[in-house]
Design a protein around this ligand. Structure first.
Ligand code: KIV
Ligand code: ZN
Length: 519
């Protein structure tokens, strides 16, 4: 009989550890809602002890996202675990995830602890977590490079202490499928009490083997796979969950496992993650890349036209890639508009619907056919709930092959419009410099890119860029418009708003701390 494999999504924790990615609380909640719709079993929403922002995000996801287990990461110490519980206690199904490294290399050089000390800390951590909740996951960091006998001792001890899930990470993406399969098989056969826990794997992609290793582990007894949408994560990333799920689904004849994932939600989830993290999906990426279902060679096209399965092992509909449907027209009313948004999975307040409806009407004046993808892009842009300290009021650009590009920008702040003009090395540079003059922040742009949301000359341009103030923390901004310069200005202002908001939060926290210390 076919058996269930649980899907543990760490897009919002390990995924957010991708260089340059930083999600606001509202963005994490939005992605988490979509992950719940996708049907993952667990959402790891952050690492609560690491920052107030991460704590707030985990707590918000726990409070607002239902029908899924919610967890946060903690090292194997009481302070970390207490903080996770503070955040996840509001979840329908709270889970505490605690970890400690078990490889000699990590224990000696990083932790400076002996094997016995690590074993003791692991057991104490699990017992402490159990005092809060029945669902506790223990991860043995760098398990793939750990001494197998020692690892088995640790796993047996944490199961005895009450761990309900034991996660075996290939933290540095070092293992290979055959080796990993044998490793997991040994653990499943050797660890006393292993049948009381779910065996999980968490594979990194340093050698491009994360998905293959995860599947090999499933074939050898693992019943939970951890990973991230689009494979994002630390360094080369985590196992791409959409690939794991579709491999199990498409090759059920071979693996004979099923997951709770609604595969039709895969493409929408991938798009949302890519949009909000600013991490683009490569065109030839399996399952969700732009070319994943494109046929270029004449022989292939001919074959697919005669019979789709000649060159397609998956139906694009199955992952939710349908030909972009026309949604609504210029004359559509607010009621139909709200219904369509709900069908697309956006449950919004009256105020939000009104805001998006205004954007939709503006767009309908410029663009004849508005598709589902256009609508989703507008919603996602409007839903970024970092307060709009600055908003674009107007923009004039003078540019050409023989003149110095100049931009005049009007920004609204607290009801007042401020105007500045600047020259630049190109029109985008001129726009950003004019914005900087108003905000009095001199930001450096580290990345700028544009995508067309749909086809055609009147397509919406989707600009994603990254800025930094101190050279360390990077803020991603996104703006969409049928005008590339307007999209760039909006993206830049969006990133600046995130930066300003964070500076304010930091100031507030500092003030609170000094007040608390003084009292
Ligand atoms: O890669 C890793 O080992 C991790 C653990 C903390 C689960 O992310
Ligand atoms: Zn990891």
């Amino acid at each position: 009989m076919s058996q269930r494999v649980y899907i543990f999504d760490t897009t919002l924790r390990d995924g957010e550890q991708s260089p340059g990615v930083s999600l606001a609380v509202s963005e994490k909640v939005q992605i988490a809602r979509q992950l719940a719709r996708l049907g993952v079993d667990v959402i790891e929403a952050g690492f609560p002890i690491s920052s107030t922002g991460d704590f707030n995000a985990v707590r918000a996801v726990a409070r607002e996202v239902k029908g899924v287990a919610v967890t946060g990461l903690s090292r194997a110490n009481f302070k970390d675990i207490d903080r996770v519980w503070e955040a996840v206690q509001y979840a329908e199904q709270p889970l505490i995830h605690t970890f400690i490294a078990t490889s000699d290399i990590h224990m000696q050089h990083k932790l400076r602890l002996s094997r016995e000390q690590v074993l003791e800390a692991a057991v104490a951590a699990v017992k402490h977590a159990k005092s809060y909740t029945s669902s506790v996951e223990f991860s043995a960091e760098d398990a793939s490079r750990s001494d197998l006998d020692f690892l088995c001792r640790v796993l047996a001890a944490v199961i005895e202490a009450g761990a309900t899930v034991v996660n075996i990470p290939d933290t540095v993406g070092y293992t290979t499928p055959a080796e990993w399969g044998r490793f997991i098989e040994t653990i499943c056969g050797k660890v006393p009490g292993i049948e009381k826990a779910i065996v999980s794997v968490h594979c990194h992609n340093d050698l491009g083997l994360a998905v293959a290793n995860s599947l090999a582990a499933v074939a050898s007894g693992a019943r939970q796979v951890e990973g991230a949408i689009n494979g994002i994560g630390e360094r080369a990333g985590n196992a791409a969950l959409e690939e794991v799920v579709m491999a199990l689904h498409t090759r059920k004849d071979h693996y004979n496992y099923y997951t709770g994932v609604r595969t039709q939600e895969i493409y929408r989830t991938s798009k949302m993650v890519s949009t909000l993290t600013g991490m683009k999906v490569q065109a030839n990426k399996a399952v969700v890349g732009n070319n994943a279902f494109a046929h270029e060679a004449g022989i292939h096209q001919d074959g697919v036209l005669k019979e789709r399965t000649t060159y397609e092992i998956m139906n694009p509909d199955m992952v939710g890639i349908s030909s972009s449907k026309l949604v609504l027209g210029k004359h559509s009313g607010r009621h139909a508009f709200r219904n369509r948004l709900e069908e697309l999975g956006y449950i919004l307040s009256e105020e939000e619907v009104n805001k998006i409806f205004t954007r939709f009407k503006d767009l309908a004046d410029k663009k004849k056919n508005i598709s589902e993808l256009d609508l989703e892009a507008i919603v996602e842009e409007e839903m970024r709930r970092v307060p709009h300290t600055y908003s674009l009021e107007y923009l004039h650009i003078s540019s050409g092959t023989t003149i110095v590009p100049t931009a005049t920008v009007g920004l609204r702040q607290n009801g007042q419009v401020m105007e500045e003009a600047a020259c630049g090395n190109g029109p985008v540079d001129a726009v950003c410099k004019a914005v900087d003059k108003i905000t009095k922040l001199t930001c450096t742009m580290t990345e700028w890119g544009i995508d067309a949301i749909t086809e055609g000359k009147d397509a919406l341009g989707d600009v994603t860029l990254k800025i930094t103030l101190d050279g360390q923390k990077v803020y991603m901004g996104r703006g969409i418009s049928t005008d590339v310069m307007e999209a760039s200005a909006k993206a830049y202002i969006n990133a600046v708003n995130k930066l300003v908001w964070e500076l304010r939060q930091a100031e507030k926290n500092e003030k609170n701390e000094s007040e608390n210390n003084g009292s």
